[in-house]
Design a protein around this ligand. Structure first.
Ligand code: HPA
Length: 268
């Protein structure tokens, strides 16, 4: 199955072997527009499914950024769109097979931690899978990873240090925190966010965790960066909307892009 996708992608990429993958979350797709050398729509790639959400395009974008060969997922698929966990994480396995060793997962998230504010960036130090599903359920392919993969360090500590150093250099005050993913598409209730805070979460979202589990399972180094786009439900009295998420992401995207560019210089 993976070979079908790789064979198709290889018709574009004979001499292009990406080392780093970046999954661009809601409203953060501009990096791909800016550096695009060539792009392959998900709908053309065997076994890929296409995103149905506004703010998400749905293509693999190949580029050299600071001389590093990079593949970007401009838009991701979400569990709440009705796809299976396997479908939404399939591209991660394909990126691994293309040679990607380090993956940067980005998303928009709501602030649970009261010291965070919309517009902050947060490096993910760990996650809580509250989606009620795991992308590795089903027969295991031992060529890709083990049956019972360790998850004690999904987000590589060394990479977190590199993110911190890059943020310091750029004078971006980056937060650290635990990301909790629920399935969506409804936003959380105040009671759910209160529970999430009590069990140790700092930011809430509807993505990233399935991809992080699969990337770790495949042996990739994972970096997670959340753009805090709003206060989570009940943290402020304001009602949540996707428009607000996209608006804040648009304000932060310059810092976000600067950070990614510097990371690309510094990650191995
Ligand atoms: N909750 C869940 N997902 C989100 C949020 C939120 O508050 N903001 C952006 N994505």
């Amino acid at each position: 199955m993976i070979n079908d996708s790789i064979d198709y992608i290889n018709t574009y990429t004979e001499s292009f072997s990406p080392e780093i993958g970046i999954v661009l979350g809601s409203g953060l797709g501009e990096l791909a527009d800016k550096y695009n050398e060539f792009a392959i729509p998900y709908s053309d790639i065997p076994h890929f499914v296409s995103s149905t959400v506004s703010g998400h395009k749905g293509q693999l974008v190949f580029a050299h950024i600071n001389d590093r060969p990079v593949v970007m997922m401009q838009g991701r698929n979400h569990y709440y769109e009705g796809y299976s966990m396997e479908e939404i994480t399939y591209p991660i396995k394909v990126l691994r097979a293309l040679g990607v060793k380090t993956i940067i997962l980005t998303n928009a998230a709501g602030a649970i931690n009261k010291s965070f504010q919309p517009g902050d960036l947060m490096v993910i130090t760990d996650h809580i899978n509250f989606m009620g599903q795991n992308p590795l359920i089903g027969p295991n392919d031992y060529r890709i990873g083990p049956r019972f993969p360790d998850m004690s360090e999904v987000y590589n500590k060394n990479m977190i240090k590199i993110v911190d150093a890059a943020a310091r250099h750029l004078k971006i005050n980056i937060k650290h925190g635990v990301y909790i993913a629920s399935s969506g598409p409804s936003y959380e209730t105040p009671a759910e966010i209160n529970m999430a805070r009590i069990i140790g979460a700092d930011a809430a979202g509807m993505s990233t965790v399935p991809e992080a589990i699969v990337a770790n399972y495949c042996g990739m180094d994972v970096i997670g960066i959340s753009c805090i786009t709003n206060y989570a439900s009940g943290i402020s009295s304001k009602k949540l909307s996707h428009e607000e998420v996209l608006e804040t992401a648009a304000k932060v995207k310059n810092d976000f892009m600067k950070l990614i560019l510097l990371l690309l210089e510094n990650v191995k």
